[in-house]
Design a protein around this ligand. Structure first.
Ligand code: ATP
Ligand code: MG
Length: 332
């Protein structure tokens, strides 16, 4: 049986990239798979989080899942810190993963910046916790944005090494599910950087809470070159900002970049941006509205998280029993 696991960090500023690259894809998968969707609050604290904001942002991630169409009756929605297996298995994986593997992780290099000595140990070990998130459920498929591909390769390496070291076939080798026309939505201010919650500029991203005027303003100010849109995809080469806006349009319209260019090739950005704004307001706006509506009743969201954590915990129990037996820990 295939099982899906994915997570989003409750670090605030949930944005269009999180939606198009990950959360929107969670919804369709529910039809054919058992799905487990997590607000990964333990990942969030790898960089400083204000405690009150963390609690609110955790509810917001859950509300975003619900608003996008994740059904809590069939799928599991929960907060990572509510299920102890994540931290327990992460420790075991810390003893499997090699320093050399983690040294290659580009996300750590980007997030730690120049002052690497001052980065938290947790930020360095992040991919090991991510492997535990997935493998505590023996999940087989992980829907994520393009930026998480390297971490999923590490998850595969950890699973493989664990299985080899202990001579077992315990963990599956997971497959990333990276699909759609917007697997890597770029910053609206800089076509070479991905859209991120942690970008200091609010103009770099469209968020779940932006209203029509804010979306319009951010897209109006979005950096582009001066040329009109090309008629075919080859014309987007070396034009990262243009490629980004066309990709966003295609993803929102559920069409392809080529279809968008067939329709808008030759148009100036001054024409295209307002049309893109309308589409974003139509397709993304209602999700944000619903998220805000759900946030007005935190008790409801908390009840869903609580039930989800109980269901998730149950799924991890047999896996953790098996892992501890294999590793040689004495049964309690
Ligand atoms: P942070 O800056 O705090 O790392 P983030 O925007 O990268 O925030 P995450 O919580 O790390 O968000 O990632 C949640 C999901 O969203 C992951 O599946 C990730 O791959 C996806 N994702 C993040 N940014 C983008 C993006 N710009 N385009 C497409 N998918 C994205
Ligand atoms: Mg991230």
């Amino acid at each position: 049986m295939s099982r899906i696991f994915s997570g989003v960090q409750p670090t605030g500023n949930l944005h269009l990239g999180n939606y198009l690259g990950a959360i929107r894809n969670f919804v369709g998968l529910q039809e054919n798979y058992e799905c487990i969707y997590c607000a990964v609050d333990m990942h969030a604290i790898t960089v400083w989080q204000d405690p009150a904001a963390l609690r609110s942002n955790t509810r917001e991630v859950a509300a975003a899942y619900l608003a996008a169409g994740v059904d809590p009756k069939t799928s599991i929605i929960f907060a990572q810190s509510n299920v102890p297996a994540h931290a327990e298995l992460a420790w075991i994986f810390n003893c499997i993963a090699r320093l050399g593997w983690l040294n290659r992780m580009t996300q750590f290099k980007e997030k730690a910046g120049k002052n690497r000595e001052n980065a938290s140990l947790g930020l360095y070990a992040y991919p090991s916790l991510m492997a535990a998130d997935i493998l505590a459920y023996k999940a087989t498929h992980v829907p994520v944005g393009e930026d998480q591909k390297q971490h999923l390769e590490l998850t595969r390496d950890i699973a493989q090494k664990f299985n080899n070291d202990y001579g077992v076939d315990l963990f599956p080798i997971v497959e990333p599910l990276i699909f759609g026309e917007a697997t890597r939505v770029m910053s609206l201010r800089d076509g070479s950087k991905k859209m991120s919650k942690s970008d200091p500029s609010d103009y770099s991203r469209i968020t779940f809470t932006d209203d029509r005027d804010t979306i319009a303003k951010k897209l109006r100010k979005a950096r582009t070159d001066a040329d009109p849109l090309p008629g075919s995809e080859e014309g987007l080469e070396n034009r990262p900002e243009a490629a980004n806006l066309v990709g966003i349009y295609a993803a929102l319209a559920e069409s392809s970049k080529q279809d968008v260019l067939t329709e808008f090739g030759g148009s100036q950005f001054s024409t295209f941006k307002p049309i893109l704004t309308e589409l974003a307001v139509e397709k993304f706006g209602p999700v944000g509205e619903e998220m805000k509506r759900l946030m007005a009743d935190p008790g409801h969201v908390d009840a869903i998280l609580k039930e989800g954590a109980a269901r998730a915990h149950k799924l991890t129990e047999p896996v953790m029993r098996e892992v501890k037996e294999v590793v040689g820990f004495i049964a309690p």
